[in-house]
Design a protein around this ligand. Sequence first.
Ligand code: SGN
Ligand code: CA
Length: 516
Amino acid sequence: MQKKSLLLLLPVAAAAGAAAQGRYNIVYIMTDDHTAQMMSCYDNRFVQTPNLDRIAADGVKFVRSYVANSLSGPSRACMLTGKHSHKNGFTNNEHGIFDGSQQTMPKLMQQAGYQTAIIGKWHLVSTPTGFDYYDIVPGQGDYYNPDFIKMDGSTVQEKGYITNLITDKAIDWMEHRRDRQKPFILFIHHKACHRCWLPEMKYLRAYEDQTFATPPTLYDNYEGRQAAAAQEMEIGNNRHMDIVYDTKMYRPGADTRLTDLYLSMIGRMDTRDRADYDCFYDSLSADFYRRNLSGRALTEFKYQRYMRDYAKVLKSLDDNVGRTLDYLKASGLLDSTLVVYTSDQGFYMGEHGWFDKRFMYEESFSTPLVMRLPEGLKARGDISEMVQNIDYAPTFLDIAGAPIPDDIQGVSLLPLLRGEHPKNWRKSLYYHYHEYPAEHSVKRHYGVSTADGWKLIHFYNDIDVWELYNLNDDPQELHNIYGQPGTEKVTKRLMKELVRLQQQYDDADALKKNGK
Ligand code: SGN
Ligand code: CA
């Protein structure tokens, strides 16, 4: 009680610098592969997410929020360290092991007197460091009756649907396990809405009568974009989007590349749930094989299945974020807690014909970011300054009143949360994606994106291709105008900015690759 009233009396600057007792808590909720197109406060076309929208309605929505490297493990490492991938060392999922001995924001939060806990997806291979408590899933985790890795090193299978379980554990930690004498930072890392979008049983039949509008670029021909043409993440291609695993059109004897993986995942369900699941998808599957679809009809069928299953998974997520907010309110914590909701990156919902992420194009470079602000932080509504996931670490440190080490590359968002709009705010962002050759075949690339709507990208490794976009004229990034007459001046400006950022962030390997 004393803690709450103390905080409410403190103006923000004093609160940030005050003793542990008077400081804000932080609840950081991060989903997997949740994209702004599927969050109604960003985009109203497809689904309603009333609980996620509540966060924005009571706080702020960042409309230019981006990641540094559009992939799970790397994004998580950027968030934890406040540094770009080449500095924190975790550049890709397939070969990375996070070096847990390095400086991380949770460790610095501990030093500042915070209790730290993480529940859910970790995906950084090494054992978590800097957490007073963890209960994490191995690798990508499972939707049904998932395993959890405990702090004693044991792995325990738990009964239920993953989004509910992670939320139960988060609430249980806040209610029963934490030290109430300390402020806390709790990381709730959901598996939702990662591939292959397996729904909670109560939403098995949700969205089935909804037909989602197809994006105008579903049949993109990738003209002038060599790397876009070389990817392997097309909905219409059965080698990329698996008809059994991704769209659940299983039938006995099916032997697609990912059939076994699919069967092992749904093999975790309880018998009764499985019978209901089979009853539902078997009849869709029988109908699908009877129709013998091909070409655009097949692509559009897969697109509808993809959208519906993704929407089902998201519905449980939205419910559970609502449950988390309700708990914070009921327990009297809400007004002393910064609630952050974001994703590890954006995702393609059929734009360019794709699912998955990785590219520096807007859908996957951007990520949703909304925050409910505690008493004393005055900002409300949309924030249009450019922000990136390397900014979260310095923001949380700033909120804790802890010093921000010089080697942290992100910047604190606290001034923006106070309602300020610093004149010298960054005017460009740096991006670098490293995972190639790998699943989905997205070439390595880095680039710069500017506040006035320009983007310059260099794809390298087994290719040497530059792309230039003017997002003001070409928001869908269909027209690569690199090298076209009239673009010399802007290209020169962007190239200079790219080099400046690579120098500032000390990305020495990338600097060498410019070849300019
Ligand atoms: C898995 C998925 C990929 C996905 C990566 C990375 N394949 O490998 O489709 O791009 O994860 O995703 S699957 O057959 O195992 O589903 S990330 O979000 O973890 O980076
Ligand atoms: Ca992800």
